[in-house]
Design a protein around this ligand. Structure first.
Ligand code: ADP
Ligand code: MG
Length: 284
């Protein structure tokens, strides 16, 4: 994998909505190819506005966004959408067609594929997503979770280099979240870059290596998730709460069990406690 190669560079952007709301001010950010990143922060912090600048849906009032070294201002939304796939919070707004197969066909238009290639891609994705039985079904009578899964399928079959999700786990059950994780880890293995806006602090803490915290249109913090989301002051400023597993660790420390710093994920905590108990029992 090509590490440390910048794929997205956001350089001091401001965004002011036509009603004069300052949604972003002096936001700068560098994302490397192959990274998995969470963007977190309270409602109204500017997260959705920020990701909308990535594929040109909105153009910064000041400053520049570069994707793969080229300034977004020189590119159309259609051009940028080939590189960056975004799934917004309510995927129903992104669905148009009469059937799921049609929806997938629609998302594959303008991509220089032959008819046969398109059909093959659709068949593949329907099978991978266990959607074959839904092929002819209308996207409008899917459950919320299924609609999110379909939106994911429409983006994955386009195969963009950068995937951006706004609240992907919202309204998803545990099984759907597991499936989503499997899909994104598979994309990461292929070298894709993934940016995720999420309120799901437990999900971010367990699964996402880097976290950006936003508040009031600014970036409050940007760093390794296990550092950012365990910083009490920062977490409060962003109107979040500390991850449960971290609170548990602090509780253990309080009763004299010194959990090493590098243990912060659930599975590591379980094996730490398992070893700790084994040693205690053996020393009785
Ligand atoms: N279309 C819009 N017109 C005017 N103001 C908007 C619009 N969309 C969002 N805003 C405002 O911009 C700020 C940032 O919003 P947003 O990017 O949606 O935040 P987040 O996604 O973090 O909840 C908020 O104050 C919000 O009210
Ligand atoms: Mg939002």
């Amino acid at each position: 994998m090509t590490a440390n190669k910048t794929i997205i560079l956001i350089d001091e952007i401001d965004y002011i909505y036509p009603n004069n709301t300052i949604a972003l001010s002096k936001v700068s950010l560098k994302i490397n190819k192959g990274e998995l990143i969470a963007i977190m922060g309270q409602n109204g912090a500017g997260k959705t506005t920020l990701i909308r600048t990535l594929n040109g849906l909105i153009r910064p009032t000041n400053g520049n966004v570069y994707v793969k070294g080229e300034n977004n201002s020189t590119k159309s939304i259609a051009q940028l959408s080939k590189i960056i796939g975004i799934i917004f919070q309510n995927p129903m707004h992104q669905l148009f067609s009469n059937s799921i197969e049609e929806e997938l066909k629609f998302s594959l238009r303008n991509l220089e594929y032959t008819k046969e290639q398109i059909q093959q891609k659709i068949d593949n994705i329907l099978s991978k997503f266990d959607f074959e039985k839904y092929r002819n079904r209308s996207p409008f009578n899917l459950s919320g979770g299924e609609a999110k899964k379909l939106a994911l399928a429409t983006i994955i079959c386009r195969d963009p280099e950068i995937l951006v999700f706004d609240e992907p786990t919202l309204g998803q059950d545990a099984k759907e979240i597991d499936f989503f994780l499997k899909v994104i880890y598979n994309e990461l293995e292929k070298g894709k870059t993934i940016v995720m806006v999420t309120h799901n602090i437990e999900f971010a803490f367990e699964n996402i290596p880097r976290t950006i915290l936003m508040a009031n249109g600014k970036i409050l913090a940007d760093g390794p998730t296990e550092q950012v989301l365990t910083n009490d002051l920062l977490v409060k400023k962003a109107s979040l709460v500390l991850p449960q597993i971290h609170q548990f660790k602090l509780g253990l420390k309080e009763i004299g069990i010194d959990v090493p710093n590098e243990i912060f994920k659930e599975r590591d905590m379980i094996s730490f406690i398992n070893n700790y108990l084994k040693v205690r029992i053996a020393n009785r």
